[in-house]
Design a protein around this ligand. Structure first.
Ligand SMILES: Nc1ncnc2c1ncn2[C@@H]1O[C@H](COP(=O)(O)OP(=O)(O)O)[C@@H](O)[C@H]1O
Ligand SMILES: [Mg+2]
Length: 407
């Protein structure tokens, strides 16, 4: 192990997302977990406007209290999509006084939560750049980020989810009464109205009559083009489980029961629950459930993560109805806050073990992907050039040459 060359890993945090601040904290927890003897960590900060930076001051959490980007030593940077660079270009628009520089990367560790980070967009950039990256691939990231698509995908695979109705903003604006009557036909109060793709409870409301239902939909429709209305689970107990791995090597962590609601509930919910919901403890680990139920949830977590083609790490959130003991999968977070370090700690894995397991898995996934060939040569361009462009489209004779390799 120690004989191995020192690797360079960029940790990316911040992002154009409502979860910007949480991501700064997760990013710093991850950076701190690396062993400086084995790894050069390159901090990469994406600000709220979506501008990218790197530099020494980004390593200090306290520097983020002020205008960090104006600090000396913070440089503008971009992750190049070109496989030629295989990394970061620092000062990409350098003029006379600053030189631009390329930092080649062995792996990228994204810790951006929510939009433009956890939703497959950032992952798409890593795919283009051909750099190993931690966590879910494009498909799983995009699926899990979308509450409607997660439900459609997982219900087809027998993972229990609460009943729900979904529709687009256009459908709502076009015929609100029709949408309401469809919802009332399918679901009972209380219901939860959610924008399809936001996190941190933004735009989510719990509603118990038609006036509130309409207001909740209006609010969600201002935030997203698709809206989900779910059957509320009464007296729901929340249970979270983290998973790590890929394919048939996914393991589930100990379960936690969060009991502090703070940032995850809407103002109304907090207000309605009053002091009763605001217990002092933050989470119970392990969650106080029977061994059978614990096992069932752990198995469901693994199945659901496989069901979306997940890889790397995630935290899956479940709801239990205590009277019927029914379990429902609520959502999958493919970039969980604090990377669920606290759950893996209970499984005997330190944050350092977790980050290296994830980087190793990222590099394995990259090696696996490199077995695909993307190079397929044809004489199409040559032939088309000879014939002239006009003849290419719709010319039946010419179409055959597309499948003929030049050899
Ligand atoms: N169908 C439901 N029944 C009961 N409680 C729910 C339901 N959906 C959401 N909640 C509550 O609202 C919280 C936020 O909803 P969630 O879907 O997890 O959104 P977010 O992506 O913002 O975390 C959950 O943690 C849970 O407490
Ligand atoms: Mg949630």
């Amino acid at each position: 192990m120690s004989a191995r060359r020192k690797t360079t890993v960029a940790v990316i945090f911040g992002g154009r997302s409502v979860e910007h601040d949480v991501s700064i904290v997760t990013g710093h927890q991850v950076m701190r977990a690396f062993d400086p003897e084995r790894t050069d960590v390159v901090p990469v900060y994406i600000d709220r406007q979506g501008r990218w930076y790197t530099g020494e001051p980004l390593r200090e959490l306290k520097n983020f209290q002020n205008e960090i980007i104006s600090l000396k030593g913070v440089h503008s940077a971009i992750l190049s999509p070109s496989t030629e660079h295989h990394g970061l270009i620092v000062n990409p628009t350098a003029g006379r006084f600053e030189k631009s520089e390329i930092i080649r990367l062995d792996a990228v560790f994204p810790t951006v939560h929510g939009t433009h980070g956890e939703d497959g967009t950032l992952q798409g950039l890593f795919e283009l750049a051909d750099i190993a990256y931690v966590g879910c691939r494009v498909l799983a990231s995009a699926l899990a980020n979308d509450k409607v698509m997660t439900k459609i995908t997982l219900s087809q695979q027998g993972v229990p989810i609460v009943d729900a109705v979904s529709f687009t903003r256009a459908e709502w604006l076009d015929a609100p009464d029709k949408v309401i009557s469809h919802i009332l036909h399918q679901l009972k109060y209380p219901m939860f109205v959610k924008p399809a793709t936001l996190g941190s409870s933004i735009g989510i409301s719990k509603v118990s009559d038609e006036v509130l239902l309409r207001t909740g939909i209006e609010m969600a429709a201002n935030l997203d083009r698709r809206i989900l209305v779910e059957q509320g689970v009464e007296k729901a107990i929340e249970i979270n489980c983290s998973v790590m791995g890929h394919d048939d090597q996914i393991r589930a962590s100990v379960l936690e029961q969060p009991v502090s609601w703070d940032q995850f509930l809407t103002y109304e919910d907090k207000y309605m629950r009053g002091s009763e919901g605001m217990k002092s403890a933050e989470r119970l680990i392990p969650a106080p459930l029977s061994p059978e139920m614990t096992e069932e949830i752990r198995n469901l977590a693994v199945r659901a993560f496989r069901g979306i083609e997940g890889s790397g790490i995630a935290r899956l959130d479940f709801l239990i109805q205590p009277d019927t003991s029914k379990i429902y999968l609520n959502e999958i977070n493919t970039m969980p806050g604090s990377l669920a370090f606290y759950l893996w700690q209970e499984e005997g894995m330190s944050p350092r073990d977790v980050v290296y397991a994830l980087v190793d898995a990222a590099r394995d996934a990259q090696a696996e992907k490199r077995r695909n060939s993307y190079d397929y040569r044809t004489s199409l361009v040559e032939l088309t050039a000879a014939r002239g462009l006009k003849g290419a489209k719709g010319s039946k004779g010419g179409a055959k040459t597309i499948t003929k390799p030049s050899g």
